[in-house]
Design a protein around this ligand. Structure first.
Ligand code: SF4
Length: 312
């Protein structure tokens, strides 16, 4: 099932939808975040690095040219298309006309067939929602929201600076406009149990997003949480625990929700812990192996969501 995987990978979904390989190009929009510039908070979420959770991003033009060249080289004669991915900081935290200029610049590049914009629920004022609605009609688009957890006390502890009610409002407003959404969750946040993590995933899935993205908490140099860990290490999930929780979560997520990530891409040189996250292949292979051992797959314990209005 799922082209040999046990879950509905976005790569396979995009290949089927567009008839060729489609990859995301991470771009630096050079915007900031209300949790950093003082309008909501300062210092950001305590796990977030100065790169705004998008440490591999570069300038729009350079990144599109550079990374698309790399993909073309690797792919040889393969037809490859791109989704311009505005990943770092809050990708809608700017006046609508500035966003329009950035998105047009990305879409004008040869081979770019759509946009992915990562942002916060409190960065979607009416003019930005109207702009997203306009682009959603003329290109392939999804908006990513970093929920991280549904536990408000955990969110307060890492300084998220918005409430679940704001997330619920944003998801409703995007759905009203027919805009695909992807919800990002972090597993292994301090103080969270396996039940908390699966509850967060069920909460995210209850909004019937287009996609869900999971990754292990990365502790990075230069972040508050990383510094706290260095002073007083706290328990982190082992690779085996992480794999088991990911499988538990995917079994509860309806099959038509696409899975955008199961491992993180932390820069190797600034990663403090957990060390096992450096080897993504071992984690991904471990997830497949665990599903085979269980004889299960994504949605094994979920209700079908076709009748629930998921936006495809
Ligand atoms: S909202 Fe995103 S960009 Fe802003 S501080 Fe938190 S993780 Fe970093």
């Amino acid at each position: 099932m799922f082209n040999g995987l046990h879950y509905n990978s976005i790569s396979s979904w995009l290949k089927e939808r567009f008839g060729c390989r489609v990859v995301k190009l991470a771009l630096d929009s050079a915007l900031t975040c209300p949790n950093r510039d003082g309008s909501k908070g300062t210092g950001g979420c305590s796990f977030c690095s100065a790169g705004g959770s998008g440490d591999f991003a570069g300038s729009i033009g350079e990144q599109i040219k550079g990374v698309s060249r790399k993909w073309r080289r690797e792919g040889g004669s393969e037809d490859i298309r791109y989704i311009a991915y505005f990943q770092s900081f809050s990708g809608t935290y700017a006046p609508a006309e500035k966003l329009r200029a950035m998105w047009d610049a990305a879409l004008s590049h040869e081979g770019v067939i759509g946009l992915a914009v990562a942002t916060r629920p409190d960065c979607l004022p009416p003019e930005v929602l109207a702009l997203l609605e306009e682009y959603n009609k003329k290109t392939f688009l999804w908006v990513e929201l970093g929920l991280q957890t549904s536990r408000e006390d955990t969110a307060e502890a890492f300084n998220r600076c918005w409430k679940n009610s704001e997330f619920e409002k944003a998801m409703a407003e995007l759905a009203e406009r027919g805009i695909r959404t992807v919800v990002h969750l972090i597993l292994g946040l301090p103080g969270e149990s396996k039940e908390d993590m699966t509850a967060s995933a069920r909460y995210a899935a209850s909004f019937r997003p287009f996609g869900i993205k999971l990754h292990m908490l990365h502790l990075m140099k230069g972040t508050r949480m990383g510094e706290e860990y260095l002073k007083a290490p706290f328990p982190l999930l082992s690779r085996g625990e992480y794999i088991s929780i990911v499988c538990d979560i995917l079994e509860q997520i309806p099959q038509d929700i696409t899975i955008h990530r199961l491992t993180g891409d932390a820069p190797q040189e600034t990663l403090i812990a957990p060390d096992w996250t450096r080897n993504k292949h071992e984690v991904l292979n471990g997830i497949q192996k665990e599903f085979r051992r269980r004889g299960t797959y994504q949605g094994y314990r979920a209700q079908k969501s076709e009748e629930c209005g998921i936006i495809k």
